[in-house]
Design a protein around this ligand. Structure first.
Ligand code: GLN
Ligand code: ZN
Length: 738
C-alpha cells in the first residue's frame, strides 16, 4: 500500500478570530464594501486550504466556505429564491434571504440534524423553477487551483436538500421537484468536470435518519441519474451523523464511486459495508475521527476500523465523521482546558497520523496516554443511594395543595425568566470579568437591576415574578462556570448560525456543585416582593445538549450527575423560601436520536434525569418547565412524564393547536401556551391576546391555564416588553372576568 488518501469532510470557516463574523457584520453596518467582503472571504478560504495542505492531507475540500450558510448558498445556486426577494439581487438578496429586509420575512431557520448549527430552510413549491444561477463551487475551485491546490468541491446533496425544504402548500411534497433539481446538478457536475474537478462530495446526511421506501427510490433515481452522466467528476456521497442503514445497498447499486460513512455516530456501518454486495468496488471515505466532539481519537481503535475496511471496500480514505465546522479550531491556543482535547487542527493531524499508520503499520501511531476524568466519589455514592429519586404525590393531589398554598388567581400571569439585557447589565458583567469593578460593586449593580425588574412586574400586575436573570450571560454557560467538571475555552468559537458563534463549555469530569448557584439572587428578589418569585434553572438535558460532553461514560450517567447538582440547588431554593421553581429544558427535543429506534431509550433517561432533579421537594413546591417549541412531535408523550406541575411552551405563532395535541397525549397538568411571540419587537394588542386566551380556555380547564409570553425576554427592549406585558395582563383579567 503506497498511496493512502486522507481528507476531512469540511472545516471551520469563521476564522481563528471570527474574521468572518467581523467582515460580514462590518458589511451589514456599511463599514465594509462588497469588494472588501469578497476579499475577506478569499483570504479565509486561502488560509484554510493552505493549512489543510500543509498538514499533509491528500484530499482537500472546497466550497465549504459560506458568508452565511451552505443551505442558503445552495438555494441561491439552484435559483430557489422565493418571489418576495425578486426585486433584490447579489449580496443584498443573499442577506435578505438570511435576515429579512424591510417588510420581507427571511427564510425560516432550523437546526441542522442533531447539531447546534442552524440552516436556512429552502422554500419551494409547484412554481419553483430550478436553474443554475450561481457558480460559487466553480469559483472556489478556481481560486484554490490558482493557488496550486487541487480541491474536491462539496455540495449539499439533492436528496437532502429537498428533504429539508419546505413548501407553503402542505399538499406539495418538495421531493416532486427532484428531476428538475437533478438537471441543475447535472449541469453543474459537467461544468465542474470541464474545469478540471476530479471528485465532488455530495453531502447526504438525511440518510442517517429513517427513510421511507419512496425516499429510497428517489435516492436511487438521483444517483443513477448523476452517476450515469458521461462527463462528470467522481462522486463521493457523504453520509454522517449516524448509520446509513437501508440507503447503503441503494447507493452501492449506483455508479457512485465513493461513499462517506460515519463510524463514530454509526458503529454499525462496518457491518453494513461487510454485508452489502457491491461495496468491494467502491471507495469508502471512513469517518473515524469524531467531527462532533472535542476529545482526542483513540488512534489504535480508529486504525483497526480502517484496517477492517480494507478487506471489504475497494479503497479506504481516512476522514472525519462529518465536517469539522462543529468543533472549535485550535486547542493549542487554550491555556486553561483539561488534557486530552483535540479541536479541528488536531483532528486533521489525527487523520494524517492514521493515514501514515495505514502505510507504515500500526507502530506509526502512538496510543494516547489515557486521560482519566476527575472522579467525585461522594457525589457518585449519593447518586447510587438515591436511585430514581423520591416519589412525590400524584400531580392532581399536589395541584390541590399548591392552589391552597400559593393562592394565585385563575389564569395566573408570569414570564419565562429573563428580562431585557440592557447595555448597563452587559457592561456590569464585563466590568467584573475584566477587573474594572469588584464583586461588591457588581452585586450592587445586579441588585439594583433586580429591584427595578421586580418593581416593574408589580406595577404591571404580574402574579408570579422572576428576578430577570441579569447575571446570566447564557443559560448553560452560567451554570457550567459554577459546576465542577466543566471547563470553559477562551477561543473555542463554533458557528451557531450566520455570524452568530458560541463557545460551548466542555463537560470533562464528574459534575458536582461546590456551592449554591442561584439562591442568593432568588432570595434577594423574593425579599423585594410579597408575590411569589420563580426560581430559574437550566435542566440536565439542555446542560448536555449545548456543551461538549465527555464520552467515557454514557450520556445518561452524566445527565444524572447534572441532575443531582440541580436537585441540591432546587432543595436549597425551597429551603430559602422559593415556592415555585422553573427548570428549563428547551433542548429536550434536540437530543432525540435521528432514528425512531433510539427514541424510547433516550426519552427514558432524559425524563429520569429531569425527575431526579425535580423530585426532591415537598408537594407544595411547584415545579415548572419551559420548552421553546410548539410542535412536540415524537416527544409529546414525554411532557407529562417529566411530572412538572406546569409546562410553558411556544405557541403564539402556531395558534393554540398544541393544546389539542397535548390533550390527545393525555397531558393533564398546568400549561402556559405562549400568548405572544417574543421573536419580534411588535407589541401585541390586548384584543389579540384575549382571543388567543379564549381559544385556550376552550381546550384547557381555566385552573390549568397559565398566561405567559413564548420565551424569555432577554433579546427584547424595555419599551416593547413593558407594553406587551401590560396588554397581556389586561387580556388575562378580561378573560378571568368571564
Ligand atoms: N429562562 C430562560 C429565559 O427566559 C429560558 C430561555 C430559553 O427557553 N431558551 O431566558
Ligand atoms: Zn424558550
Amino acid at each position: 500500500m503506497t498511496d493512502q488518501r486522507t481528507t476531512v469532510l469540511g472545516y471551520p470557516r469563521i476564522g481563528p478570530d471570527r474574521e468572518l463574523k467581523k467582515a460580514v457584520e462590518a458589511y451589514w453596518a456599511g463599514r465594509l464594501d462588497a469588494a472588501g467582503l469578497e476579499q475577506a472571504g478569499r483570504e479565509l478560504r486561502e488560509r484554510t486550504w493552505s493549512e489543510l495542505r500543509d498538514a499533509g492531507l491528500s484530499d482537500i475540500p472546497s466550497n465549504t466556505f459560506s458568508f452565511y450558510d451552505q443551505m442558503l448558498d445552495t438555494s441561491v445556486m439552484v435559483g430557489a429564491v422565493p418571489a418576495r426577494f425578486a426585486e433584490l439581487d447579489g449580496l443584498d438578496r443573499y442577506f435578505a434571504m438570511a435576515r429579512g429586509a424591510q417588510g420581507t420575512a427571511p427564510l425560516e431557520m432550523t437546526k441542522w440534524f442533531d447539531t447546534n448549527y442552524h440552516y436556512l430552510v429552502p422554500e419551494v413549491g409547484p412554481q419553483t423553477r430550478f436553474r443554475l444561477t450561481w457558480d460559487k463551487p466553480l469559483a472556489e475551485y478556481g481560486q484554490a487551483r490558482e493557488l496550486g491546490i487541487e480541491t474536491r468541491p462539496v455540495l449539499v446533496g439533492p436528496l437532502t436538500y429537498l428533504l429539508l425544504a419546505k413548501s407553503a402548500d402542505p399538499a406539495f411534497a418538495p421531493l416532486r421537484l427532484l428531476d428538475d433539481l437533478l438537471d441543475v446538478y447535472a449541469e453543474l457536475l459537467e461544468r465542474l468536470a470541464t474545469a478540471g474537478v476530479t471528485e465532488v462530495q455530495l453531502d447526504e446526511p438525511a440518510l442517517a435518519a429513517d427513510r421511507s421506501a419512496e425516499e429510497l427510490k428517489a435516492l436511487a433515481r438521483a444517483y443513477e441519474h448523476l452517476g450515469g452522466l458521461s462527463h462528470r467528476p467522481r462522486l463521493l456521497v457523504a453520509t454522517y451523523f449516524g448509520e446509513i442503514g437501508a440507503a447503503l445497498p441503494v447507493l452501492a447499486a449506483t455508479r457512485v464511486e465513493a461513499v462517506g460513512l460515519d463510524f463514530v455516530a454509526g458503529p454499525g456501518n462496518l457491518a453494513a459495508v461487510a454485508s452489502t454486495p457491491g461495496m468491494a468496488a467502491k471507495s469508502v471515505v471512513a469517518g473515524v475521527v469524531n467531527g462532533r466532539n472535542v476529545w482526542r481519537t483513540e488512534l489504535p481503535a480508529a486504525l483497526s476500523t480502517c484496517a477492517a475496511l480494507l478487506g471489504l471496500a475497494g479503497e479506504v480514505v481516512i476522514s472525519t465523521s462529518c465536517s469539522l465546522m462543529h468543533v472549535p479550531l485550535d486547542v493549542e491556543r487554550e491555556t486553561a482546558v483539561p488534557e486530552g482535547l483535540a479541536f479541528a487542527r488536531q483532528k486533521v493531524a489525527e487523520v494524517v497520523a492514521i493515514g501514515r499508520a495505514m502505510r507504515e503499520g500500526p507502530g506509526a501511531v502512538v496510543p494516547a496516554v489515557p486521560v482519566r476524568a476527575p472522579v467525585d466519589g461522594r457525589m457518585r455514592a449519593r447518586l447510587e443511594a438515591l436511585g430514581e429519586g423520591t416519589a412525590r404525590a400524584a400531580h392532581a393531589e399536589r395541584a390541590v395543595i399548591q392552589r391552597a398554598s400559593l393562592g394565585l388567581p385563575p389564569l395566573p400571569t408570569t414570564t419565562i425568566g429573563s428580562f431585557p439585557q440592557t447595555d448597563a447589565v452587559r457592561r456590569a458583567r464585563a466590568d467584573l470579568r475584566e477587573g474594572r469593578t469588584d464583586r461588591a460593586g457588581y452585586e450592587a449593580a445586579m441588585r439594583a437591576e433586580i429591584d427595578s425588574v421586580i418593581a416593574l412586574q408589580e406595577d404591571i400586575g404580574l402574579d408570579v415574578l422572576v428576578h430577570g436573570e441579569p447575571e446570566r450571560n447564557d443559560m448553560v454557560q452560567y451554570f457550567a462556570e459554577q459546576l465542577d467538571g466543566y471547563a470553559a475555552t477562551e477561543h473555542g468559537w463554533v458557528q451557531s448560525y450566520g455570524t452568530r458563534c458560541v463557545r460551548p463549555p466542555i463537560l470533562f469530569g464528574d459534575v458536582a456543585r461546590p456551592e449554591p448557584m442561584t439562591v442568593g439572587w432568588a432570595v434577594y428578589a423574593q425579599s423585594r416582593t410579597g408575590r411569589p418569585v420563580k426560581g430559574m434553572l437550566t435542566g440536565p438535558v439542555t446542560m448536555l445538549a449545548w456543551s461538549f460532553v465527555r464520552e467515557d461514560q454514557p450520556l445518561s450517567e452524566t445527565a444524572r450527575q447534572v441532575a443531582l447538582a440541580l436537585r441540591d440547588e432546587i432543595r436549597d431554593l425551597e429551603a430559602a423560601g422559593i415556592r415555585i421553581i422553573q427548570v428549563d429544558e428547551p433542548a429536550l427535543r434536540e437530543l432525540l436520536p435521528l432514528r425512531a429506534a433510539g427514541h424510547a431509550a433516550y426519552l427514558a433517561w432524559a425524563v429520569a434525569a429531569f425527575r431526579l432533579a425535580t423530585s426532591g421537594v415537598s408537594d407544595s413546591t411547584q415545579i415548572h418547565t419551559h420548552m421553546c417549541y410548539s410542535e412536540f412531535g415524537e416527544i409529546i408523550g414525554a411532557i407529562g412524564d417529566l411530572d412538572a406541575d406546569v409546562t410553558s411552551v411556544e405557541a403564539a405563532r402556531s395558534g393554540m393547536e398544541l393544546l389539542e395535541d397535548l390533550r390527545a397525549a393525555g397531558y393533564t397538568r398546568g400549561i402556559g401556551p405562549g400568548v405572544y411571540d417574543i421573536h419580534s419587537p411588535r407589541v401585541p394588542e390586548t384584543g389579540e391576546i384575549e382571543r388567543a386566551l379564549r381559544l385556550a380556555v376552550r381546550a384547557v380547564e381555566p385552573e390549568r391555564l397559565w398566561v405567559n409570553p413564548d420565551c424569555g425576554l432577554k433579546t427584547r427592549g424595555y419599551a416593547e416588553t413593558e407594553a406587551s406585558l401590560r396588554n397581556m395582563v389586561a387580556a388575562a383579567r378580561k378573560v378571568r372576568a368571564l
